[in-house]
Design a protein around this ligand. Structure first.
Ligand SMILES: [Fe+2]
Ligand SMILES: [Fe+2]
Length: 396
């Protein structure tokens, strides 16, 4: 117990209001990063960069939640702590006006994140570690994460027009609206990946139906095609969730955290298939064509339709197939491939829940109305769960 007692003199640090202003600035910067990274994820062609973005935007979404909580504790309205100052607004406007993913990354990882790292260092240096221990804990995690991000997606750092992001004033009772990008035509892929209208012709409907007719890919050649198609389906799922968040800034903050989490899960699934193909199946990303027919058929719907069709239907039905695939592969003595489906199945549970949670929210909290919407939209699907007239190749 003795070790917990300190005779160090208190330093005083920041007063509560100054502290809250600092966190309000971090809130604005992080919220904009989540919003814009969600917008650009699908348009970033480079696979490795897409992987990193999906991971970082989830970190940043969780950081916003923690910063909001700290603002509440510091007696500041945590839903919206006033608008950013002109200096910060200028920087955020430039990030919003980016015209390519490369341009956005230059600002996000060369200016916004370094400004946040610099401010958290100043903050950690000056705060009183005893009086303000909750901020200390939060800031250590926040700055570690941001440092990792700028190391993973390095850009030339550019000094901002201000010295300390945390010291910028906040414009009380004003609101900064987030800018929403133009709708997506199609996700971007590396130049070495061939995109065709019908995707990989090797992938047959029997891979994607539930019940007795379901075919589990067990021989090496069909597994190559199957996991390659599945990897693209995971990328499309990450991109769809990211666009759901980006295109709906009016949704409650928890919705964005759920979308960010699912985006990261789908990115991790793609990474798993990527590694499985290279290490177990002797094939690689880009070996076969991919198609965006299924993605585009779901993306064409409004948010409720996307949640019902993708989370509530496609992912819900995929749970049965993952479980069936796992069982067949274990019986065949392929435990490593079977283990992949074990985890895909586990992750699918919260993804289906996201559909029910936010679909019900959009229907005014009426769960019966959500079930009715499920019935209505499912009636227009073929046996593979694909809207009629769309190629099924990119399903899971
Ligand atoms: Fe997935
Ligand atoms: Fe999923």
């Amino acid at each position: 117990m003795e070790a917990r007692r300190s005779t160090e003199p208190l330093q005083g640090g920041y007063d509560v209001d100054e502290n809250a202003v600092r966190f309000s600035n971090y809130f604005h910067l992080l919220r904009e990063l989540v919003h814009l990274s969600c917008g650009w994820l699908a348009l970033e062609p480079r696979l490795e960069v897409k992987y990193a973005l999906g991971d970082h935007l989830h970190d940043d979404a969780r950081s916003v939640t923690k910063v909001k909580r700290r603002l509440y504790e510091l007696r500041t309205p945590s839903d919206y702590p006033g608008a950013p100052s002109d200096e910060l607004r200028e920087l955020l406007d430039r990030a919003s006006a980016a015209t390519s993913s490369e341009d956005y990354l230059r600002i996000a990882y060369g200016e916004l994140k370094p400004a946040l790292v610099a401010a958290t260092r100043i903050h950690l240096d000056r705060l009183d570690p005893m009086l303000d221990e909750p901020s200390l804990r939060l800031l250590v995690q926040l700055s570690n994460r941001q440092e990792r991000h700028v190391t993973e997606l390095p850009q030339t750092p550019v000094s901002p027009a201000f010295e300390d992001l945390g010291a910028l004033p906040i414009q009380l009772r004003q609101v900064r609206e987030l800018t929403v990008m133009a709708p997506l035509d199609a996700p971007a892929r590396d130049g070495y990946v061939e995109v065709t209208a019908e995707g990989d012709p090797y992938l047959t409907d029997s891979l994607y139906v539930n019940g007795d007719e379901n075919h589990v890919p067990t021989d090496p050649e069909e597994q190559k095609h199957f996991f390659h198609g599945l990897m693209d389906a995971e990328l499309c799922a990450a991109e769809l969730m990211a666009r759901n968040s980006h295109e709906h800034p009016e949704m409650p903050w928890d919705f964005h955290v759920d979308m960010a989490r699912q985006c990261w899960d789908e990115i991790r699934h793609a990474e798993v298939h990527d590694a499985l193909m290279a290490s177990e199946l002797d094939c690689h990303w880009g070996d076969f064509p991919v198609g965006f027919g299924y993605f585009q058929s779901v993306y064409a719907y409004d948010l409720l339709g996307r949640l019902v069709l993708f989370n509530g239907t496609s992912e819900q039905k995929a749970m049965w197939r993952h479980s069936h695939r796992r069982k067949v592969l274990i019986e065949l003595g392929q435990p490593k491939v079977a283990r992949v489906f074990d985890y895909l199945l586990a992750d699918e549970v919260p993804h289906v829940h996201n559909g029910r949670r936010w679909g019900t929210y959009l229907l005014g909290g009426d769960e019966a109305a959500y079930r009715e919407k499920l019935r209505e939209l499912r009636a227009a699907l073929d046996p593979t769960g694909t809207p009629v007239g769309t190629p099924a190749a990119e399903s899971a």
